[in-house]
Write a protein that binds this ligand. Structure first.
Ligand code: PLP
Length: 265
């Protein structure tokens, strides 16, 4: 794998099981050959099949850590994941305003696959009105896009409408992931007034957790490497498909996404 001096800042929650969250983000970024630094927004207690609780990290320490990372050196993209609290979202808005980093990708995680609420209901308006307008690429799945827009999505046309509505909030590019529609491997990328259908290969799943973390982290890597948006999204989708198609099984038969990518992990 070629060596890159690009660096991704990852701001996300800790899922100690490693199935999702910042552990998955860092593994994805490293496996694609970039270094990253990471700031944890919230400590959660989760497993592959269960969600127990969330414990936000104080906004003061999040602020100081991110500030010191920006002051220390170059950041070529930012991946933002679980925020949980309104205070954390506000802190990140302030920091984006202050440091204006390039290539900000936000995976607006609201609910885990296991049913845990990953964003305090008080934070949804701050997310919509304060943070989303500052984002370069937002990657909602269908339930997240429904919650952000308030509209039900049951077909591709609804995905396009939802993407345009979110663009109306000020977000530059929106990738709506179609996986929650029956056997749908089509994602919709809305960019300005245009939209594109990005077809993937439908991969029968082992109910992996963390697929959204992998996709958004891989997009952040590709943008940091200077790819155009469509190329970055398609490359990230291919990486995720590969990770799903060829899982790693533990001794109990549990399937894990195979993030070894080109082989450095
Ligand atoms: N937990 C944390 C800390 C996360 O960051 C995320 C996703 O970003 C999730 C859980 C949700 O993962 P999943 O929807 O795959 O369960």
């Amino acid at each position: 794998m070629s060596k890159s001096n690009r660096r991704v800042l990852c701001i996300a929650g800790l899922d100690p099981s490693g199935h999702a969250g910042i552990i998955t983000d860092i593994r994805t970024i490293n496996s694609l050959g970039l270094s990253c630094c990471g700031v944890i927004t919230v400590l959660t207690d989760q497993t592959r099949t269960s969600y127990h609780s969330s414990h936000p990290v104080s906004s003061d320490i999040i602020m100081e850590q991110i500030q010191h990372i920006f002051e220390e050196g170059q950041i070529d993209s930012v991946k933002i994941g679980m925020l949980y609290s309104a205070g954390t979202a506000e802190t990140i808005i302030d920091l984006i305003d202050r440091y204006q980093p390039p290539n900000i990708v936000l995976d607006p995680v609201l609910v885990s696959t296991t049913g845990g609420e990953l964003l305090d209901p008080d934070a949804i308006n701050i997310l919509k009105e304060g943070l989303i307008p500052k984002i370069d690429v937002l990657t909602p799945n269908i339930p997240e896009a429904e919650r952000i827009t308030g509209n039900k999505i049951s077909a591709i046309e609804d995905m396009i409408t939802a993407g345009k509505n979110i663009a109306g909030l000020g977000c530059r590019n929106i990738l709506i992931k179609g996986g929650h529609l029956e056997e749908n491997s089509i994602d919709i990328l809305v960019t300005g007034n245009d939209h594109y259908k990005i077809r993937g290969e439908y991969v029968p799943d082992h109910e992996f957790r963390g697929t959204g973390c992998v996709l958004s982290s891989a997009i952040a890597v590709n943008l940091a490497e200077g790819m155009e948006l469509q190329e970055a999204v398609i490359g990230a989708k291919l990486f995720l498909e590969k990770a799903r198609k060829d899982p790693v099984f533990d001794d109990a038969g549990t399937a894990y996404l195979n993030l070894s990518g080109a082989g450095s992990d």
